[in-house]
Every structure is written in structure tokens, then in C-alpha cells.
Ligand binder design. Structure first.
Ligand code: ADP
Ligand code: MG
Length: 411
């Protein structure tokens, strides 16, 4: 078998070097060729708490060492011009005054959408030229979309002198703008975890995110020390590279089912079903739910929120090596009750646990994307080899691997 495909993050100065060169290439001819600065933001991986954010629940992401870099220069007019190393040969242009839901398409919608959302929140944001390059795996469930939005958000915050990135409350506001950009301009109905993770995680910590509406920034985020190295552990991320048809609409369908169940229960969100009230809630749904689908969705969401709280408690108590069963239970719940797993994700979980991983689960929205495994540092190579072998035996495309120490936020 070929050697494993490690998806390395870039050293600190490489991203900046790349986007400065790309900026000179794309926009240098007209003037001095230098951007106002370089900003970057990480992708994220969620330890546990999946499909809970849009239910007002708990999630526990960390920032990846893999980041998206933006070189940006403000303009005196309303125009946005963009280029990306991930979209070669293509310049994306729009007028900010013309950006609106349904009015723009393509990857530039994630970028222009942030400027649009900041303007909607009452901030003065100028037009700009920007280029992007990234080592965050694309479409792998590691949130390259939020990394892009959040890098642009801190860039605009800086050039427009907003000062929001200077403290956590301001970062929560930037995250909210990025969520609006993704939901309303890019048209992806995701919850708020990805953007909060990219802007509000800190190095060496997991972010216990409470998505209950109306909480203050202080109430909505708690940083839990997550020192894998000291515990002799590593978090292995496996990008399955699975491509699935019919995924479009599945996320929105899950979200709609949760909203419907909450409405039938007379609640604002499924967060308001306490774990001990689950049997009663399931009973109450029975008459509206002949095929049991709604009840399975609710079962996942309510138990997942409880698992996330328990996971965070164990980490806080220095018992990281005891979270494995919670990860496996999360995966089973996502596979059986929420029905968002995929053959490739199940295969990673099976192969990794057989090779000694303490726990493993799919991460992100599902239907492909990535899985994680919590592994003793000395077992990483054996787990990687087992996953590779399993994919090879199944005739699947070789997966990508990365290690995920809890890393720094957008800056
Ligand atoms: P994920 O966030 O899991 O990586 P998404 O489908 O949410 O997957 O987001 C991927 C989309 O985000 C891409 O199709 C593209 O439109 C946009 N995107 C992310 N990073 C970049 C980049 N560096 N350059 C251009 N577009 C990007
Ligand atoms: Mg995304």
C-alpha cells in the first residue's frame, strides 16, 4: 500500500507569503501591488455535539492548525474583486450595494456576504480587493467555508477600524455576521458552530459552545483546557474524500424535522427538552409521527446534547482518556437515529477502534466528509495503517489524514 496522505498545515509565514505573491499577481499591475495586510482563520473539527447548534444545543469544537489566508486592500469605491488559489484563473467581481440574498453566486458569495452582513449590522465597510489561499481541506466537513468567512471578517474589521476582533464579545458579533453571510448570501442553512469555532476557539482549548438563543457572549462560550499531548493522546482526523449524490437538501431536511418536532411539542427549540423528559417528549410526538422519523431525530438531538455536556465534564476533570464511549455513542446516534453517516465514515470508526483508538466518530454534517479518532500517541501509525487498509480492501479512494492539536483562532 502507498504511504499515507498527510494533509499538512502550513508553517506560520507560508500562508502570508503565498497570498502576498498572489495579490501582486492578481491586483499588482494597477498600483504598488501591496495589500493592506494579511489575515487568516482556521478550519475547525468538532469533538462532539453534532447537529445540535441549530437546535440551541451544545457543541465542542477545536480550531485546526489548518488555516485560510486572505490578503486584502481597501478600495475607495463599492467594488469587491476577488481571486483564490483554489479557483484559479477566475476573478470574482461585484458591487457591494448589489449584494443581497439570491443576487450573487459562486464562492465570492461567502466573502461579499460578510461585508454585506457587517453593513447590515450598521458598520461602515468599504469595497476591497482580496486574494485567498488555504490549506484547509475543501468540502471535507472541516469548515473551509467558515475559515474563508472568518478570515475576511477579521480583515474587514481591521481595515475598517471596527475593533470587534479585539475581544470575545466583538468576535461573537463577527461570527454572527459570518453566519448571516453563509445562510443568506451563500445560501447554506448551517448553524452557528463553525464560525464561532473559527473566531472564538483558543489554542490548547476546546470551545464548549452553548447555542441557546439570547445568551450573552460570556454565557455562550466556555474554554475547556484540552491538552492532548500531556495526556499522551492525539486527535486523528480522516478526510474520507467520499462524494455523495443527493446530499443537497438533507441538511435542510434535518433542520426542518427538528423545527417541526419542537413546534409540535410547543417549544422554541429541542434544547428545551431535558434529557430526563425525553421519553415523555417521544410519547407526545407519537400520534404525529407514524413512521417514527421525527422521534429518531429528537432522540439524537437530546441525547447528543447530554453527551456533549458529559464529554466536557470529563475533559475538565482531566479524564480525556474516558471520552471514547461517548464518541462511539455519538456516532451510533448519528448513524441510526439521525441517518447522516456514510459507509466511509462507518468504516473509519470500525477500523480505528479495532486498531486501538479510544473512540471515533463522524464529525461535521455527515454524508461523507471527515471522521475523528482519539488515539494514544504511540498508536497513531497503527490506526492510520488500519484505516488505509480498510479503505483499500473496500475498493475506496485513499483517505487523507491530519493531526489536530487545538489551535489558534482567526487573527
Ligand atoms: P466545508 O466548509 O466543509 O469545507 P462547504 O461546502 O461548506 O464545505 O464550503 C466549501 C465552499 O466554500 C467551496 O465550495 C467554496 O465555494 C468556498 N470556499 C472555501 N474555501 C475557499 C477558498 N479558499 N477559495 C474559494 N472558495 C472557497
Ligand atoms: Mg462549510
Amino acid at each position: 500500500m502507498t504511504s499515507p496522505d498527510w494533509l499538512e498545515s502550513w508553517p506560520a509565514d507560508e500562508g502570508a507569503r503565498r497570498v502576498r505573491a498572489l495579490f501582486a499577481d492578481a491586483f499588482g499591475a494597477s498600483d504598488d501591488g501591496a495589500p493592506d495586510g494579511v489575515w487568516s482563520a482556521p478550519g475547525r473539527v468538532n469533538l462532539i455535539g453534532e447537529h445540535t447548534d441549530y437546535n440551541g444545543g451544545l457543541a465542542l469544537p477545536i480550531a485546526l492548525p489548518h488555516r485560510t489566508y486572505v490578503a486584502l486592500r481597501r478600495r475607495d469605491d463599492d467594488v469587491v474583486r476577488l481571486a483564490s488559489a483554489q479557483a484559479p484563473g477566475e476573478t470574482w467581481t461585484a458591487r457591494l450595494s448589489e449584494v443581497a440574498p439570491g443576487a450573487v453566486s459562486g464562492w465570492g458569495a461567502y466573502v461579499a456576504g460578510v461585508a454585506w452582513a457587517l453593513r447590515r449590522a450598521g458598520h461602515q465597510v468599504p469595497g476591497f480587493d482580496a486574494v485567498v489561499d488555504s490549506c484547509v481541506p475543501f468540502g471535507a466537513g472541516l469548515s473551509s467555508s467558515a475559515a474563508l468567512e472568518c478570515a475576511v471578517a477579521v480583515a474587514l474589521d481591521d481595515v475598517a477600524g471596527l475593533g470587534l476582533a479585539d475581544d470575545d464579545a466583538g468576535r461573537a458579533e463577527l461570527a454572527a455576521a459570518c453566519v448571516r453571510a453563509e445562510n443568506e448570501i451563500a445560501g447554506a442553512p448551517t448553524g452557528g458552530m463553525d464560525q464561532a469555532a473559527s473566531l472564538r476557539c483558543t489554542e490548547g482549548h476546546a470551545l464548549l459552545l452553548d447555542c441557546r438563543p439570547g445568551l450573552s457572549p460570556l454565557e455562550s462560550a466556555t474554554r475547556v483546557p484540552f491538552d492532548l499531548e500531556a495526556a499522551g493522546l492525539a486527535l486523528l482526523v480522516v478526510d474520507t474524500r467520499a462524494e455523495h449524490a443527493l446530499v443537497d437538501g438533507q441538511y435542510a431536511a434535518r433542520r426542518a424535522a427538528c423545527e417541526k418536532a419542537a413546534a409540535l411539542l410547543g417549544l422554541d427549540s429541542l434544547r428545551d427538552v431535558p434529557a430526563e423528559g425525553l421519553p415523555e417528549a417521544l410519547d407526545a410526538l407519537a400520534e404525529h409521527d407514524p413512521d417514527g422519523v421525527l422521534r429518531r431525530r429528537v432522540q439524537h438531538v437530546v441525547t447528543e446534547i447530554a453527551r456533549t455536556a458529559e464529554f466536557a465534564e470529563l475533559v475538565r476533570a482531566g479524564k480525556v482518556d474516558e471520552v471514547g464511549p461517548l464518541m462511539l455513542a455519538s456516532h451510533t446516534s448519528l448513524r441510526v437515529d439521525y441517518e447522516v453517516s456514510a459507509r466511509e465514515l462507518d468504516l473509519v470508526v470500525e477500523a480505528a477502534t479495532s486498531a486501538g483508538a479510544l473512540g471515533a466518530r463522524m464529525t461535521g454534517g455527515g454524508f461523507g466528509g471527515s471522521a475523528i479518532a482519539l488515539v494514544r500517541a504511540g498508536d497513531v501509525d497503527a490506526v492510520v495503517a488500519a484505516v488505509q487498509q480498510a479503505f483499500d480492501d473496500a475498493g475506496l479512494r485513499a483517505p487523507g489524514f491530519l493531526l489536530a492539536p487545538p489551535s489558534a483562532p482567526a487573527a
